[in-house]
Design a protein around this ligand. Structure first.
Ligand code: G4P
Ligand code: NA
Ligand code: NA
Length: 190
């Protein structure tokens, strides 16, 4: 997606530890025009996949999922990372290890909002090692929902997450794949 790649080149900052900072438009301040174009692009790619629900994870996945949902006209359900007093007792949960934070956390989705009748599009902002995505797919599996697709805004193509999902046969669409990044700049997969 050229508009996205241009925005990443213009505003993305490469940080130590292979971190791409995109706070100006995706992770802190939100460029709503761009997010709308991203939502539309996911619709374009998955509109024939029979999607009944969009599944994502808080926090950064939510804005993307909401914009896409306007096109699909389906609900969004997001996995919670923060333990909540009000969350139903009846939940699907999965353990996720975060490399950037070097710790394990639990993600949860209420059983009320994901069932075997659902066909989900799983969306997230970044795909790195794919641990968060594995947790979301585990939750979808527990619920009996089928996976109609996976959509990622920025995939770090030099890590294994994307390759593993493709090898497992998931329909994965990443709008920008960064194959290399350093102080000299970014290389996108053509
Ligand atoms: P993984 O899920 O793919 O295995 O990756 P990891 O544990 O390393 O990612 C943890 C968090 O960091 C996720 O969001 C992920 O989206 C994000 N992330 C990974 N690599 C980058 C990067 O290069 N740049 C940016 N900006 N984010 C990255 P999160 O911390 O759980 O936060 P949020 O969704 O609440 O914002
Ligand atoms: Na994220
Ligand atoms: Na993030």
């Amino acid at each position: 997606m050229d508009q996205l790649k241009a925005k990443i080149r213009e505003l993305g900052e490469v940080r130590e530890g292979n971190i791409l900072k995109v706070d100006q438009f995706l992770n802190h301040q939100l460029d709503v025009e761009l997010l709308d174009a991203i939502g539309k692009e996911f619709f374009h790619r998955f509109q024939h996949a029979g999607i009944t629900k969009i599944l994502t994870i808080e926090v950064s996945g939510i804005a993307i999922a909401v914009m896409a949902a306007r096109y699909f006209q389906v609900p969004v359900v997001f996995a919670k990372k923060v333990e909540s007093q009000n969350l139903d007792k009846e939940v699907y949960e999965s353990k996720v290890y975060s490399f950037t934070k070097q710790r394990e956390y639990i993600i949860r989705v209420s059983r009320r909002y994901l069932t075997k009748e659902d066909r989900v599009l799983v969306l997230d902002d970044f795909l790195a090692d794919g641990k968060a995505m594995a947790g979301l797919l585990d939750i979808a599996r527990q619920s009996g929902a089928s996976v109609g697709g996976i959509g990622i805004v920025i995939e770090k193509g030099f890590l294994e997450g994307g390759a593993e999902l493709r090898a497992a046969g998931y329909p994965l669409e990443s709008l920008a794949i960064v194959d290399k990044m350093d102080q000299d700049g970014l290389v996108f997969r053509p």
